[in-house]
Write a protein that binds this ligand. Structure first.
Ligand code: ZN
Length: 440
């Protein structure tokens, strides 16, 4: 089975719909818990069989504990004249995420101890959190801070930090096999486009695409708060973990940079080989496949040694490597429909290979079988040029000794996976290949 790579009849339509979803979710104040996260999950789950889980505050999860739930209605700083310096209503980045409630008057020097800016990017507002420390703070442009004079300031944060729950969304699309593909994205950042609304949009549209298709593999999508979400899911689902054969953590997929794939901890998992094949044959240059490091997004948890799952990370420009990262500049203009759509297509290419990768055994391994007599030489069915088709038949026959899967044949031959797959299907029809058990 080859999944269609064009995600929509009219190019650009899907990208525009993805961007529209991002624009809708952008103003919501998400965090690792709370109503903003819930609202986001409800939107993402539209049209999908999404189960929304609520895990109570205080639940032990691996070495962690589900935190208190945070909600916020507003917050501001007023200057000595009563004028608002920053207001949560203008941007939810202005209040440090997870700030405890506060209402007090204080001097500029005292205020500065609770203000975060970016002196090197003076016009931008940074994104800051205080998840595991009960404190409060504001974020603003450095140039705003520099304009503040002495006097008495008023700070107000109308938030709650109390017993509640950690919320996450889970979509399972069953396939013919119980073997699973895990697609995970973090959903905990407030008004930030590339990190992390782009990953959420790509995951949600990938789920929508796969929902209506025949599937060999089972697909499990996790829409979770970063770190604590994957830790919570792993703690509650240890019996499922063994079914995960492949996985991708999606993040930062809406900018115009080249793709970056971060390998799983194993380094030689099938998903690692799939992504290498997909990304190194792209026409656009600069795509990179990088080794695992124990820092990043939720692949850190999936690839912790006790799980060691075959899960890698897919981004365009990775976190921390674009100047807009974790600032107010990572907005709706920074993520573009065409980049989102290209990212979705890349995920669909990977899925197509995961669905179609099999191993065969050559039934006539002594000498080359006579292809012309079987009418195999001219009938490429549109897959590749005539000489490429010929070479794909020869490579597939030669390497189908039971130890090479189609993906490794594609890699060794330098021929695209779809052409090798078509060659294997033709050879199987003529009885020259037989599938290897357990490698449907
Ligand atoms: Zn982030």
């Amino acid at each position: 089975m080859t999944l269609a790579l064009n995600v929509d009849a009219e190019p650009g339509t899907v990208g525009r719909r993805m961007h529209a979803l991002i624009a809708e979710l952008y103003p919501i104040c998400r965090s690792i818990t709370g109503d903003g996260l819930r609202r986001t999950l409800r939107e993402l789950g539209k049209g999908l069989p999404m189960e929304i889980h609520e895990v109570p505050t205080g639940t032990p999860v691996l070495d962690w504990t589900v935190p208190k739930e945070w909600n916020i209605r507003g917050g501001y700083i007023r200057d000595p004249e009563g004028k608002k310096v920053v207001d949560f209503q203008d941007s939810n980045l202005h209040v440090v995420n997870y700030s405890v409630p506060v209402r007090r008057h204080l001097s500029l020097a005292e205020l500065k101890e609770h203000v975060f800016t970016l002196p090197d990017q003076p016009a931008l507002v940074p994104y800051r959190t205080s998840y595991y420390e009960e404190t409060w703070g504001f974020c603003m442009a450095h140039e705003t801070l520099e304009g503040l004079g002495d006097g008495e300031y008023e700070v107000f944060i109308d938030s709650t930090l109390s017993e509640g729950a950690l919320t996450y969304g889970e979509v399972v699309l069953p396939g013919e096999s119980a073997e699973e593909v895990l697609i995970s994205c973090h959903c905990c950042h407030p008004s930030l486009g590339n990190d992390n609304l782009s990953g959420m949009a790509v995951a949600a549209f990938l789920a929508r695409k796969l929902h209506s298709r025949r599937r060999r593999l089972t697909y499990r999508f996790l829409f979770i708060p970063g770190t604590i979400g994957s830790i919570t899911w792993l703690a509650r689902n240890e019996e499922i973990v063994g079914r995960i054969r492949h996985g991708l953590v999606l993040s930062c997929l809406g900018d115009g940079g080249p793709f970056h794939y971060k390998k799983s901890r194993r380094g030689d998992a099938e998903i690692d080989r799939v992504m290498e094949h997909v990304l190194t044959r792209e026409e656009e240059r600069g795509n990179a496949v990088e080794d695992f490091v124990p820092y990043g997004y939720d692949e850190r948890q999936y690839c912790s040694p006790g799980f060691n799952l075959p899960v890698g990370g897919l981004s365009r420009t990775p976190h921390g490597r674009f100047p807009e990262y974790h600032t107010s500049a990572d907005g709706l203009d920074f993520v573009r429909p065409e980049h989102l759509e290209r990212s979705l297509e890349t995920c669909l290419q990977a899925v197509s290979i995961l669905e179609g990768n099999r191993a065969f055994r050559n039934t006539q391994p002594k000498g080359e079988p006579q292809l012309g007599r079987r009418g195999l030489m001219g009938s490429s069915g549109g897959a590749g040029t005539k000489s490429e088709w010929h070479m794909s038949l020869l490579w597939t026959l030669n390497l189908s000794d039971g130890t090479h899967d189609l993906l490794s044949i594609a890699g060794r031959s330098g021929i695209g996976f779809e052409v090798i797959q078509a060659a294997a299907e033709a050879l199987e029809r003529h009885g020259l290949l037989t599938p290897v058990e357990g490698r449907w």
